[in-house]
Design a protein around this ligand. Structure first.
Ligand SMILES: *Cc1c(COP(=O)(O)O)cnc(C)c1O
Length: 400
């Protein structure tokens, strides 16, 4: 199509690469085996025997499809059991499951805010939260990534707008919603959650926290960074996915009973969409049960040991990563074309490492995004470091 030509010329073209089999981080593609550092299945639960068996049993019991929206054909027990499990995990009064995390965001933000309200998002929040904020019709403001001074300035502005607003037709006062991630998906850095919570409280704003890359990995129950930082109770809207560390698919919102009641009535991606397959819900529940038990402890310990090892291997290979705080390690390359070139060179060594480019990240901030899972071995990391050591890291001038 003509509209793709300039896109492709700029080195931004994308295509699907078919995978014929998956075994943890090992993939079959194009007739050979690849070692991947690209999965968000951080704990390796997507292939876990307990999840496979639970899903198979659910298919035997419930069949494959859910037949309709949960408001139409009846709301199947596996979805309720999953929601009780999520609420217990996140320690909130209630939770609601969606078909995907993307659908959860898209349904929730427009249910919470509309014209007359204000949404303030971190510059680097996920595309689904940006789209949802735009869809809501609320006024949208963006604060610089993890910059609390800038967030405060935006909150002060929002406060002044709120006090000016005299909308007699509205049945409630204007709402201010702050949206942030706890672990950022393309940088792997952490939000300053404690201070952020204090700030939004002082301004009477709500916080929606996207824990897509933190749930399963942080905190004593491994429910996310909000738990680890001791601020979970002060967060109004917890957003997460069941497709990453949890090892299944789906998304959720956790929070008050009033919030969930609102979403059951008003979140259009929930109301006007067929419920996800019961087997998806049952697999997700099994994943959360593993995460909160001894298996979760063991898998997290293994993952963090691998993260540490990879950090050291990268430094030894001359590819010094920034501060590593999560299972996402970006190697910033800069130019889009260079990122693709390095990714291709790694591919020639049988390594599957995605080049992340605009528009997923800013122009000129292209990177290799390495993710680790508990199923990687120490030898896998050494193989990656060896391949990287033979390539020129960014910012290296080859003096002769
Ligand atoms: C993956 C992701 C989502 C969407 O979740 P899905 O279940 O994959 O639709 C939302 N937010 C962030 C930060 C994500 O990385």
């Amino acid at each position: 199509m003509a509209e793709l030509a300039p896109w492709k010329e700029a080195g931004l073209g994308r295509q699907l690469r078919r995978v014929d089999a998956v075994d943890g981080p090992r993939l079959q593609h194009d007739g050979r085996e690849w070692l991947a550092f690209a999965s968000n299945d951080y704990l390796g639960l997507a292939g876990h025997p307990a999840l496979r068996e639970a899903a198979q049993r659910a298919v035997q019991t419930w069949g494959t499809g859910s037949a309709a929206s949960r408001l139409i054909s009846g709301s199947l027990a596996p979805h309720h059991q999953l929601e009780e499990c999520i609420a217990a995990w996140k320690q909130t009064p209630a939770a609601l499951a969606f078909a995907t995390g993307h659908a959860a965001a898209l349904g929730t933000i427009p249910a919470l805010v509309g014209s007359g309200d204000i949404v303030i998002v971190d510059k680097l929040v996920h595309a689904c939260c940006i789209d949802a904020a735009r869809l809501s019709g609320a006024r949208l403001r963006v604060f610089r990534h993890n910059d609390l001074n800038d967030l405060e300035a935006k909150l002060q502005w929002a406060d002044s707008q709120r006090h000016d607003a005299h909308d007699a037709s509205s049945r409630r006062s204007p709402r201010i919603l702050v949206v942030a991630e706890s672990v950022y998906s393309m940088d792997g850095d952490l939000a300053p959650l404690r201070d952020m919570v204090g700030l939004k409280n002082r301004h009477g704003a709500w916080l929606m926290l996207d824990e897509a890359h933190a749930a399963g990995l942080f905190g004593e129950r491994r429910s996310g960074l909000a738990e680890a930082f001791g601020v979970a109770e002060s967060i109004e809207v917890h957003l997460g996915t069941l497709g990453k560390a949890v090892g299944s698919a789906g998304g959720y919102i956790a929070g008050s009973r009033a919030l969930v009641d609102l979403l059951v009535n008003r979140a259009r991606s929930f109301v006007y969409s067929t419920a996800p397959p019961p087997a998806q819900a049952v697999a997700a529940q099994t994943g959360i049960e593993l995460i909160t038990g001894p298996e979760g402890v063991a898998r997290c310990e293994r993952l963090w040991a691998l993260v540490d090892l990879l950090k050291n291997e990268l430094i030894r290979a001359g590819w010094t990563p920034g501060l590593v705080r999560s299972a996402i390690i970006p190697l910033i390359v800069g130019a889009e074309s260079r990122a693709v070139e390095v990714s291709t060179q790694l591919r020639n060594a049988g390594l599957w490492v995605p080049a992340i480019r605009y528009p997923t990240v800013a122009r000129g901030a292209a990177r290799l995004r390495l993710t680790l899972t508990a199923e990687h071995t120490r030898d896998d990391l050494k193989a990656l470091a060896t391949a990287l050591a033979s390539l020129t890291p960014p910012g290296t001038t080859t003096a002769s």
